[in-house]
Ligand binder design. Structure first.
Ligand SMILES: NC(=O)c1ccc[n+]([C@@H]2O[C@H](COP(=O)([O-])OP(=O)(O)OC[C@H]3O[C@@H](n4cnc5c(N)ncnc54)[C@H](O)[C@@H]3O)[C@@H](O)[C@H]2O)c1
Length: 282
């Protein structure tokens, strides 16, 4: 299975990063978003990241031009007709993802792999929206994509071994480290990380300590590079809430109930760094 043409759905913080690393590895990339302004914003971030690489001597100006030249704008899902693999990184919402996958299934060539960068939603359920569940797989990149080495690769119930191997090979070509995971809510990364972040939010909510104090304890005491509340702001509080809801619903265990303060911030539109305000102001 040869992969050369990659389509990325969603030009937000994850989709933009995925498009960047794919173009850097020599793939032709179609970067799709429903909103033209989101595409432009995504491309501007990629361009800024590449300029930083040039300034630091990690890349030449010509290489930067080459990478940007391999990224093509797409505002129409019909462009999937030219893709060998589609990596979906739209919002963390099952209805949205199932609708995108059902459409992609009709448009993409028969050989195309349909991957989701979902943080926590069941790959098997996304795959069931298509007539090719054997070609559907989870490819969970970490944020920020150009920096973080890990990609959790999630097998759905029906995922073919060939598809798994093709995605594993592609992940290595992106200079990332693939780790195989089975399809359970939150996979491994978010099943462990998100309850810790949620607990940190409860700790603010119950007035145990200030947000700065909580982050300081986890940075200095546990050697985490970033405190959990700052990390939540970087991930996006809407994404954190979706993941906690997926864990809560998926396991039916009250230990995963999202903190009311997290819900309140999301309702207020305080989504973290991407909206300029979350636990901190940006
Ligand atoms: N933020 C993280 O740290 C992180 C880490 C790993 C995985 N993820 C997952 O990646 C996905 C994207 O997260 P993000 O943080 O990049 O979100 P984001 O809000 O930054 O970006 C989402 C983008 O998708 C676009 N979009 C929405 N619906 C679309 C559609 N139907 N077709 C095309 N584009 C559409 C939006 O316009 C937006 O530009 C989610 O599933 C999330 O759970 C996020």
């Amino acid at each position: 299975m040869t992969i050369q043409r990659v389509m990325v759905i969603g030009a937000g913080q994850m989709g933009g990063g995925i498009a960047q690393v794919c173009a850097q590895a020599g793939y032709d990339v179609l970067l799709n978003d429903i909103k033209e302004e989101s595409y432009e914003k995504g491309l501007a971030v990629i361009s800024k990241n590449l300029s930083r690489n040039v300034e630091k001597g990690r890349m030449s100006e010509d290489e930067k031009t080459g990478v940007l030249g391999r990224i093509t704008k797409s505002l129409d899902l019909q462009d999937a007709k030219n893709a060998d693999i589609v990596i979906e990184a739209a919002v963390e919402n099952m209805e949205v993802k199932r609708s995108i996958f059902a459409k992609l299934d009709e448009i993409a060539p028969d050989h195309a792999i349909l991957a989701s960068n979902t943080s926590s939603l069941p790959i098997t359920e996304i795959a069931a929206a298509t007539n090719r569940p054997e070609k559907v797989i989870g490819m969970h990149f970490m944020n920020p994509v150009p920096v973080m080495k890990l990609v959790e690769i999630i097998r759905g119930l029906a995922t073919d071994n060939d598809v798994y191997e093709a995605v594993e090979t592609m992940t290595k070509k992106l200079s990332k480290v693939p780790v195989e995971v089975n399809d359970f809510p939150g996979f491994v990364a978010n099943r462990i990380l998100m309850p810790m972040i949620n607990e940190a939010i409860y700790t603010v909510y119950e007035g145990v300590a200030t947000k700065e104090a909580i982050d300081e304890v986890m940075k200095l005491g546990m050697n985490h590079p970033m405190g959990p509340l700052q990390l939540a702001d970087f991930i996006g509080l809407d994404t954190c809430l979706y993941i906690m809801e997926t864990l809560h619903e998926g396991f039916g265990d009250s230990k995963y109930r999202p903190c009311p303060l997290l819900r309140k911030y999301v309702k207020a539109g305080w989504l973290g760094k991407k909206t300029g305000r979350g636990f901190y102001q940006y």
